[in-house]
Each structure stands twice: as C-alpha cells, then as structure tokens.
Design a protein around this ligand. Structure first.
Ligand code: ATP
Ligand code: MG
Length: 587
C-alpha cells in the first residue's frame, strides 16, 4: 500500500514557486524558450561558463556571494560572482599560454575547494573539456579515466600528486601539465609539476569566453560504476539549457537563495547542480569541505539558513540512523525544499522528512547520460512517497516493453513494469560514451533512449522505480522489485539500510535474499531476524518476501553512495567482483 500523497501548497510558502500547475507548465514549455532565458554568446553561440558567471555579473550580481566554503574548523570563505569570473578568466589565459587547444581535456583531482570551481568553470568557459575526478580515487581508476579522456592538464594537490599520480605518470603520455594547489609551506615543487597560484597570478585577469557552439563538448563525466565498469559520458554546452531550466523548475532556485548540494563535483550531480545550474540561477551556494557527519550537517542547515537542499538517499538514511533527536536539536525555519537523487528513495525516508523538518523529501530521477533531472516531484505539486515523480516539461518519458517482432511498445497500463525510455531531443542528452560508439548506438532503439532502469508509470504520470534492469529478480515467473522489498524492510524500526538480490533457486529460478544493516545500537539476533522475516511476510506476502535475511555491518556502496547489488551478488555466489574502482572503502 503506497503511503498517502503529501499535498503541497497547504502550508506557508516562502516564495511563489516557478512551477505551480504541472500540466500548464508542460503545455507552455519549449526548449527554444528555455534557451532564450539564457544570454547566449554575443556572436550567437552558447557557453556554460559564460551563463554561470558573465551573465550574472552583467546582471549586477558581481558582488553577490556565489559560493561559501566551510572548513573543518568552521572557518568560512566566500567567493563572489566577480571573484570567480576573474579567477576563471586567469585560468582561461593560462590554458592558452600552456598551448592547450580547444576541445582538449583538463582534469581535476581536488577536494571541494575554490580552486576546483575555478578550474571547472574556467575550463568550460575557455572551450576546453573538463573532467572532474573524485578526489578519493586511487591510482588505477585515475589512470583509466585520465587515459580515456586523454587529459592534457591535471590540477591536483601536492599530497594527491605524490600518492596517486606520480606512480602512474609514466603511463600518461598525453598529460603534459600537472598544476598543483599548494599549502603555504609545501616545500619544493615535485619534478614535472607547476604551482597553480603562481601561474594564475602571472596570467591576465581579462579573458573573453571561447565562442563555443551548443553541440561542442564541455564536460566528461564518469558514471558511478554501480552496474559495471564506469562509462565516460560527454555532455555539450547545450546541457546548460536543461540544467538552468531544471534548477528553476525543480530546485525552484531563486536568485541569492542559499542552496546546498551535498554531491561532490567528482560526480555529475556535483557539477550540474553543485556548480553550473545553481550559478546560472544566481544562487548562493554552500560548500562543505568536510565529509558527512550528522551533527555538522544539521549545523550547516540551521546556521547557514539553507533554503534549498539537494542530497541523496544514503545520506538521508544515515541521518535517520543517527536518530530523530539529533535532528530536532536545531530548527530550520528557512529550509523550504529538500530533494534527493541517485538511488531509490524509500517512502519511509520521505515521511521522515515530514516528521523531522515539516516538509517531505522530493525525489528526482536522472542519470549521467541524461545530463539533467528528468523526473521529479515538483516543489508545489503533491508528493507521492515512494514515487520518483513526473517527467520534466519538454521531455517525453514512458515505460516500454519489447513487443512482437522486437519493436518497442509504450506501456499504457499503470500496473505493468517496463523500461524507462526517453524521447531524444532534450539539450543535455549525452553526446557519446567516450571510446564506445557501439554502446552509445545500442542505447537508442526505435526512436527512444533506453535508460536501463525499470519502472511503472501510473495514470497521473508518476513513475515508480522497480529496479535497475540488471538487479531485478525473477522468481517463479514473477518480476520482483528489489526496491519494493528493501522499502518494506526499511519500515521496520531496527533497520538502517537494505540491499536485496536474487540468488539461484532450483525451483523458482531465483529466490530473494536481503542483506540488512541495523540502526546504531541495535544488536543482531536470531529473534530480530525472525521479526524481520515476519514483518516482510506480513507486508509482502510469502511469495515475494525474502527467503533469507543476512545481517551486514556495512553494505557495499559506490563512493557516490549507491548500494552495489552486483557486488552483494558476486560475493554471495563466489563470482569475480569486477570493477571496484568506485567502491567505498570499508564497505
Ligand atoms: P553505472 O551506469 O556505471 O552502473 P550508475 O548508473 O549508478 O552507474 P549514475 O549515472 O551516477 O551511474 O546513476 C544513474 C542511476 O542511478 C539511474 O540510472 C538509476 O538507476 C539510479 N537513480 C538515480 N536517481 C534515482 C531515483 N530517484 N530512484 C531510483 N534510482 C535512481
Ligand atoms: Mg547507469
């Protein structure tokens, strides 16, 4: 039984939402008008960096804070839009003087720092391609990514360089420049590197944006590696059209509102909604330089008066695990919108938001390949706990099946599960899987892009996630959704996180096995296992409930926070573990 809809616009709203009538917004929307809301380059092209910075400065927001960084000691440093425009201009001049050509790749391996923003924005503004790599990657995953992108420049720190890059440098013939962000007393420069600050200081502070076209590549992202080897995905400058439109219609970001995206810029969310989208909206971003810690996060939400908060299910579940009392120790009167992405968001978590903050979490669905949010629970619309939401205006999204003759058919029945399919033509759609043209072509069938996720679509157009195509369990002729079973177990008071897989069964084909991580302070016991089993049978029925429940101290997760069911499966069945480059240490 799905939880009841949470009706919005019944409480006090701080600001008028940009989207209040979903159907009307869909009817009125065109991508041409979305593009027209951006400035475009004087000569007619489009450039992400220009839209994020120059346009804001031209609109009189130069002195406004673009990003506030908070460090471990709770020290704050603010960068204004004008500051960022200047440092990005210097970086553009620097790339020119280093002889880095248009379209060549500049990679970053940096913690969340002002320099990271300078390099990402400065690179795309200068018409080079930026690949922002997650700072916790080890040498091997770095090597494959830097090789695939043929990076010419890498910006990193002394420490990361010594530990991770120096050992693989010989295998990177394309990498000509390594620029270091240095501590005050870092000592001698390692051989083959240069000091970024020094070079920026010597570069001119004025630099025109590159005259990029809509279809020119701006970003190279790597997927999370949840289902296999991470893929290199390219996005073009046109992605800014969809990122700006969704930052407006889904994040409902108003100029100078305080906004916190907890995703690291090493992942697509951390760039699309942690750098580009919010800056094109003129927002004031909070950037926490530290790692997740419940008390710290509540302090940021309260003391920084965050208005809009974009986070992920793993973090929400960890906050839930830390207990409601901790959340209630502070108040958050300015917080008006909380959103989630990256993994299925259980109804339990949506309702917990309502209980603790007085507002629900709004789930959103998208992927690296889509380049922007595609499905959302909109701010002013009813939230259906457990549903991902509805298609954003401008994109046709349906669930499809393979019909007779192998052709794709759109599923009309709200009960039937199918694969999520998007009609190509939205501006942030990926332009390639780098180095894998065949895989790219294979993702498009009969005029649809197939996302590789299974869902149902109800009569009102809300999508209900079922599972990744690779994770879905087939048992005794039934299609079983791991998400449904995980959500059910999550509703038990002792449970913090769950991962569900199918294991071979001689009769049913596959049987369901659940791995359960318990809340802090809850001890494993046979009695608890029986209680979980009974809970699942009661809610799901014996045919669907797990046959086996195992306790796990820490479920294997990607560094971007997704449960790696493929690894649970491989470990369970003694199969090769596959690519582990994105596995979170200790899980
Ligand atoms: P890989 O493609 O390498 O296996 P990945 O698919 O996890 O990794 P991303 O592009 O970061 O890499 O993640 C997109 C995927 O995350 C989606 O295809 C979907 O499976 C999952 N996802 C994102 N948002 C949601 C959501 N709201 N509900 C359920 N699943 C989601
Ligand atoms: Mg994927």
């Amino acid at each position: 039984m799905p939880a009841a809809a949470i009706h919005k616009l019944t409480g006090s709203q701080h600001v008028a939402p940009y989207l209040s009538d979903y159907d009307a917004a869909c009817r009125a929307f065109t991508w041409e008008s979305a593009r027209a809301q951006l400035a475009g380059l004087p000569g007619g092209g489009l450039n992400m960096g220009y839209e994020a910075l120059d346009r804001q400065v031209a609109a009189g927001r130069g002195a406004c804070v673009a990003a506030r960084f908070i460090d471990r000691q709770w020290r704050h440093s603010d960068l204004t839009y004008a500051d960022l425009l200047e440092s990005c201009s210097r970086f553009g001049n620097l790339l020119q003087s280093l002889g880095v050509a248009r379209g060549e790749c500049v990679a970053t391996l940096l913690g969340r720092s002002p320099e990271l923003f300078t390099v990402v924005l400065g690179t795309v503004r200068a018409g080079r391609v930026c690949s922002s790599l997650f700072f916790a990657f080890g040498p091997e995953p770095l090597k494959t990514r830097l090789q695939l992108g043929r990076a010419r420049v890498l910006v990193t720190s002394d420490e990361l360089y010594r530990r991770k890059v120096a050992p693989i440098r010989a295998a990177l013939p394309d990498l000509q420049h390594v620029l270091l962000v240095r501590e005050a007393n870092a000592g001698e420069l390692p051989a083959g590197t240069a000091d970024l600050a020094q070079l920026l200081g010597a570069s001119g502070a004025q630099c025109a944006p590159a005259p990029t076209r809509d279809a020119e590549v701006a970003l190279l992202h790597f997927t999370s590696g949840t289902t296999g080897k991470p893929k290199g995905v390219t996005l073009t400058h046109a992605a800014v059209i969809a990122q700006h439109a969704t930052a407006k219609l889904v994040l409902d970001l108003h100029p100078q509102e305080t906004y916190w995206c907890t995703a690291d810029p090493g992942w697509v969310t951390g760039i699309a909604y942690g750098v580009i989208g919010p800056l094109t909206r003129g927002a004031r971003m909070i950037i926490d330089r530290e790692e997740f810690e419940p008390q710290r996060w509540y302090r940021i939400l309260a003391e920084e008066r965050v208005n809009v908060w974009y986070t992920a299910p793993t973090a929400i579940r960890m906050l839930m695990k830390a207990g409601t009392a901790l959340a209630r120790a502070r108040s958050y009167p300015e917080l008006r919108l909380m959103l989630s992405v990256g993994e299925p968001l259980n109804a339990e978590a949506v309702l917990w938001g309502t209980e603790v903050f007085g507002i629900p979490f709004h789930d959103t669905w998208w992927q690296t390949e889509s380049g922007a949010i595609m499905i959302a629970n909109f701010y002013a619309c009813d939230v259906l706990p457990g549903a991902m939401g509805r298609a954003i205006p401008g994109v046709e999204i349906r669930v499809v099946r393979r019909g007779a003759g192998g052709r794709l058919e759109v599923i009309e029945s709200p009960e039937e599960v199918g694969e999520i399919a998007l009609r190509p033509g939205w501006p942030s759609m990926f332009s390639a899987y780098l180095g894998d043209e065949q895989r790219y072509r294979a993702a498009f069938i009969d005029g649809w892009y197939l996302a590789g996720d299974l869902a149902r679509r109800d009569r009102a157009g809300y999508f209900w996630f079922v599972g990744r195509a690779d994770d879905v369990i087939k048992s005794a002729g039934h299609l079983i959704s791991p998400f449904e079973i995980e959500s059910c177990l999550m509703s038990h008071a002792a449970v913090a996180q769950v991962g569900v897989i199918g294991v071979p069964d001689p009769i049913a084909g596959q049987a369901v096995k659940a791995f359960v991580e318990l809340k802090d302070g809850v001890a494993q016991s046979e009695e608890l296992r029986r209680s979980l089993m009974a809970h699942a049978r009661r809610l799901l029925g014996a045919a669907v409930a797990p046959r086996e429940i195992a306790f796990s101290a820490a479920l294997p997760r990607t560094r971007s926070g997704k449960i790696m069911r493929r690894l649970l499966r491989a470990r369970e069945l003694g199969l090769p573990e596959g690519d582990l480059s994105t596995l979170e240490a200790g899980t």
